[in-house]
Design a protein around this ligand. Structure first.
Ligand code: SF4
Ligand code: SF4
Length: 383
């Protein structure tokens, strides 16, 4: 195979620590501990290597990246390497001083998550008292600091009917973009699927709201909205295709082709602590495994869309069929598509309680960061 083009974007998961506990968190079920995180010098080297290999953007992510006291310094370093910098944050650990410092460090963009337009439900989903009030304040401060703002709202059966109010909030905040992201079901979200998967009626109503708002707000607010896989007829091009556009570095330095790749058995993940980033991108087993089209089974192998959607999501294929090399069941042509339809037909039952995303109590007591002490106590909220 020819050498691949460099990735466009690096997702830098600085830490898995987060004061929130969202039941759809994209972090793995086995969260990495504070003691295993790379230090500042190691992350700076990662950004140097990324810039050298042609990466254009760094997304500072987590967990909650603001848990790291060196966040501002890392943004400054990435920015000095001409990398476009985006902060993906829950907002709850930010204040005016930190936002101003991030802006001075060269931060280009903030992607702020919001769990719901309804305050009590926002806090309940986040598992954190006062989350919404803090997020509203941070949205205002981000705009005041002159930073570009995307509001990211993960939608599901327990907040979807408030989509019109969420769109109004994005306008009120002066956000440039609103990302309405349906939950993707692997890791924590898969564990919570019965509590999160919307009904078909909810989804159809939300589709109509999103279509109308996109038309009405054209030129004022960019709205990203994609029909969720479980109700789709064709899959999305997950991450722009395996190992084609994105590279993900975990807190401890493991390099993944996508943030959920560790759910797939049989993949070997190299570490930037041992091997250069560019070498991992080009040659490591995990990146080669599903790159391109050679790995594809039928019906993808002979399908005219094979270089459009790249067979969909490998993690979803594994989660639903037990084999990551199968066609994503979101595709109507997959022999497993019927199993998705069966799951969506069971959404009428009352939602079970959430399994909140938490470190195990043993791990949390040993690795609780000093920064967490500034945050309000986690609420023991339950559905
Ligand atoms: S999804 Fe929620 S719990 Fe997970 S990192 Fe983001 S804010 Fe924290
Ligand atoms: S068969 Fe494969 S390549 Fe074709 S549309 Fe379905 S998932 Fe995409």
């Amino acid at each position: 195979m020819n050498a691949p083009d460099p990735p466009l974007a690096l997702l830098a998961e600085l830490t898995h620590r987060c004061p929130l506990a969202c039941p759809y968190c994209s972090n793995p079920l086995a969260l990495e501990r504070a003691r295993d995180e790379m230090d500042s010098a190691q992350w700076r080297r990662v950004f140097d290597e990324a810039a050298q290999m042609g990466v254009l953007q760094v997304h500072f992510s987590g967990g909650e990246p603001a848990v790291r006291r060196d966040l501002e310094a890392l943004v400054r370093h990435a920015s000095s390497r001409e990398l476009y910098t985006n902060l993906i944050t829950s907002g709850v650990l930010l204040d005016a001083a930190r936002i101003a410092e991030l802006a001075r460090a060269g931060l280009d963009h903030v992607q702020l998550s919001l769990q719901d337009s309804d305050g009590p439900n926002c806090d309940r989903i986040a598992g954190f008292d006062g989350a919404q009030a803090r997020k509203f304040e941070v949205a205002r401060l981000v705009r005041k600091a002159g930073l570009a703002l995307t509001l990211n709202i993960v939608v599901h059966r327990q907040n979807l009917e408030r989509l019109p109010a969420m769109i109004e909030l994005a306008l009120e905040f002066g956000a440039h973009r609103l990302e309405i992201a349906h939950v993707q079901y692997y890791g924590w979200a898969l564990k919570n699927r019965a509590a999160l998967l919307p009904t078909r009626a909810q989804l159809e109503a939300a589709n109509a709201v999103a279509d109308e708002a996109r038309e009405r707000l054209r030129g004022r607010l960019a709205i990203d909205y994609v029909v969720p896989d479980y109700y789709a007829r064709r899959p999305k091009s997950c991450m722009g295709g395996w190992a084609r556009r994105f590279i993900n570095v975990t807190p401890s330095g493991k390099v993944l082709p996508c943030h959920a790749a560790e759910t797939l058995p049989g993949l070997e993940f190299d570490s930037v602590r041992q091997r250069p980033l560019a070498d991992i991108w080009r040659h490591s087993q995990a990146f080669q495994r599903f790159r391109g089209t050679d790995w594809m089974p039928e019906p993808c192998r002979s399908c005219e869309r094979r270089e459009i959607d790249w067979g969909g999501c490998r993690c979803q294929a594994f989660a639903l069929t037990g084999d990551g090399a199968n066609t994503d069941p979101a595709c109507e042509l997959s022999p497993h598509h019927g199993s998705l339809i069966e799951i969506t037909e069971q959404t009428g039952a009352p939602p079970p309680p959430f399994h909140y995303r938490r470190f195990s109590s043993k791990a949390a007591s040993g690795a609780r960061p000093a920064e967490d002490a500034r945050a309000p106590a986690r609420t023991p909220s339950r559905v």
